[in-house]
Write a protein that binds this ligand. Structure first.
Ligand code: F6P
Length: 548
């Protein structure tokens, strides 16, 4: 089906033509109640859509589109564990990872809730052993440092959560140093290993497939480092120093990780949706199992809201639909993620994967090429830092950009006045920047002497997500909000957000080139650029870095 022909879509196109002439400043001038009618309060979240180029009528039309695209039934199918990931014939049941133990779920004969809680219980036991010093390194020392080796979904979520919730780490939890390494070239390990003590370092190999070359290369380097330092057998080293969080126990075993050191999850958990599973082990090590469970609780609250709330009040639905409006009807294809809170510095990187790996597609569920835009280019930075970097483009460039401002209302309440003042400063900047982006000159005092190059056009749309405060619970809710937003958009666009074939193919191409690095075998028909690059590299490697 070509969804641009459907009635609601055509209606939105006409509506967009009418809206094109109206500046956000006019929308605010003409309606004093704009904030009240276009912001939604739900639990600990306030979603302010009033700085989007929409009216209540726009939202009605978008909701109508969602109905025509059967969004309600797709949400039911997602939660019911239907195989919504059609190209891989799998369910996408990340929501089951945060179900309370008493909400039983069974799929294809698997007692999902029981399995989830069993695997969390095993993770909890290991976390406790490590935190209270019972888990020992090869010479009997307790563990002081944990290194997560993983990439993509096996890195970004835990990294983000550990940063965001660091204040929840406490002395009683053992205060482990938790590090993350992901890069294939070994840069992070090269820097990190000399700072660590082999006997007190534990590695978690986080990999759903246990076949990602980046992760295995780092794991091999870490194992060699330990073997050299300890002079004991690989088997004993792995027993004391490696845990695998994986969906592929066979491959983990083949690498040498014994069953008791394996934490498992299932093929119905997508990599970029996996931080709620045992992939979250570094989070639990950092902030404790109780706080990890609070994070699950917050995500579960958002799941319940997504499932039950009417579309008019449904945060993920509205966030997703407003994105569709910007992308497909206002032709905005850049999306900036701007947390005004340094603890969320990793959020842009996390959302880059979540959104672009999920919805960066151009083939619909029926395998047909589509004729409308899908996921935009996402990027971002802590907002106040970005003000000194790329905001110039947002304010006076030629690109339309939609922005998400994310900020907690309360912070530092027990940390003294200076830090509280810094939070005030951050909040004020957040609200001022979104105001200026929306209203342009309308936000400024009239200055008749201002030159053209000082002019602010404004009309850049943004959403503000205001959290009461950043806690494990609100953090879980925030991430679940974005997960579901991505799903909503995929339903409107009729694409499968749960596969990533583009990435899989890329991996194969790289593997086949590895053999050609030392000499071009000629076994493959390579383009002249690749051949040229390979030959030049070979020359440089042969002459040891001297001009050749
Ligand atoms: O890069 C693609 C990808 O498959 C991501 O979807 C995934 O999160 C990442 O690689 C890591 O995969 P794994 O956890 O299997 O090592």
């Amino acid at each position: 089906m070509n969804n641009t022909n459907i009635k609601a879509w055509v209606g939105l196109q006409q509506h967009a033509e009418e809206m094109a002439a109206i500046h956000l400043n006019d929308l605010f001038q003409s309606d004093d109640n704009r904030f009240d009618s276009l912001s939604i309060l739900e639990g600990h979240f306030l979603l302010d859509l009033s700085k989007q180029r929409i009216t209540v009528d726009t939202l009605d039309k978008l909701i109508n589109l969602a109905r025509q695209q059967q969004l309600a039934s797709w949400i039911d199918r997602l939660f019911a564990g239907e195989k919504v990931n059609i190209s891989e014939n799998r369910a996408a049941l990340h929501t089951a990872l945060r179900l309370p133990g008493n909400e039983l779920k069974e799929i294809d004969g698997q007692a999902v809730t029981a399995d989830v809680h069993q695997s969390l219980a095993k993770m909890g036991r290991l976390v406790k052993q490590i935190q209270n010093g019972q888990w020992r390194g090869f010479d009997g020392s307790p563990i002081k440092s944990v290194v997560n080796i993983g990439v993509g979904g096996s890195n970004l979520g835990p990294l983000l959560a550990c940063d965001a919730l660091e204040q929840y780490a406490s002395e009683e939890l053992g205060r482990l140093d938790v590090h993350f390494v992901s890069s294939m070239d070994g840069s992070e390990l090269e820097k990190l290993l000399p700072t660590l003590e082999p006997a007190t370092t534990l590695f978690i190999i986080s990999s759903k497939t246990f076949s990602t070359v980046d992760t295995l290369a780092n794991a091999n380097t870490a194992r060699e480092w330990l073997l050299k330092a300890s002079q004991i057998s690989a088997e004993r080293i792995i027993q004391h120093h490696f845990i695998a969080a994986t969906g592929n126990p066979k491959a983990a075993k083949a690498w040498g990780v014994p069953k008791k050191n394996q934490l498992l999850f299932w093929d119905w958990v997508g990599g970029r949706y996996s931080m709620w599973s045992v992939i979250g082990m570094p989070i639990a090590l950092k902030i404790g199992m109780e706080h990890f469970r609070d994070m699950l609780k917050g995500a579960h609250q958002m799941d319940k809201h997504f499932k039950a709330a009417p579309f008019e009040q449904n945060l993920p639905v509205l966030l997703g639909l407003v994105g569709v409006w910007n992308i497909n009807f206002l032709n905005i294809h850049a999306h900036a993620i701007l947390p005004y809170d340094g603890r969320l510095a990793q959020l842009p990187a996390y959302l880059e994967q979540l959104e672009m790996e999920s919805n960066g597609k151009s083939i619909n569920r029926d395998g047909e090429r589509i004729n409308y835009r899908t996921c935009p280019v996402l990027w971002g930075e802590v907002g106040s830092n970005a003000q000194h970097a790329f905001y110039q483009l947002l304010h006076q460039g030629t690109e339309d950009v939609m922005c998400d401002f994310i900020v907690p209302a309360r912070r530092y309440e027990d940390n003294g006045e200076e830090l509280q003042q810094q939070h005030d400063l951050s909040l004020a900047n957040c609200f001022a920047q979104s105001r200026l982006l929306a209203l342009g000159q309308g936000a400024l005092e009239q200055d008749d002497n201002s030159k053209d190059y000082q002019h602010y056009d404004g009309n850049q749309p943004s959403t503000t997500i205001l959290l009461d405060e950043l806690t494990p619970e609100t953090f879980g809710g925030l991430i679940a909000l974005y997960e579901h937003k991505v799903f909503v958009q995929s339903v409107i666009w009729e694409i499968n957000p749960f596969d990533q074939w583009g990435v899989e193919k890329g991996k194969q191409v790289a593997t086949s080139l590895l053999n050609e690095l030392d000499h071009v075998t000629g076994g493959q028909r390579l383009d002249s650029s690749t051949q040229g690059l390979l030959k030049y590299t070979q020359r440089k490697r042969q002459v040891g870095g001297y001009e050749g």
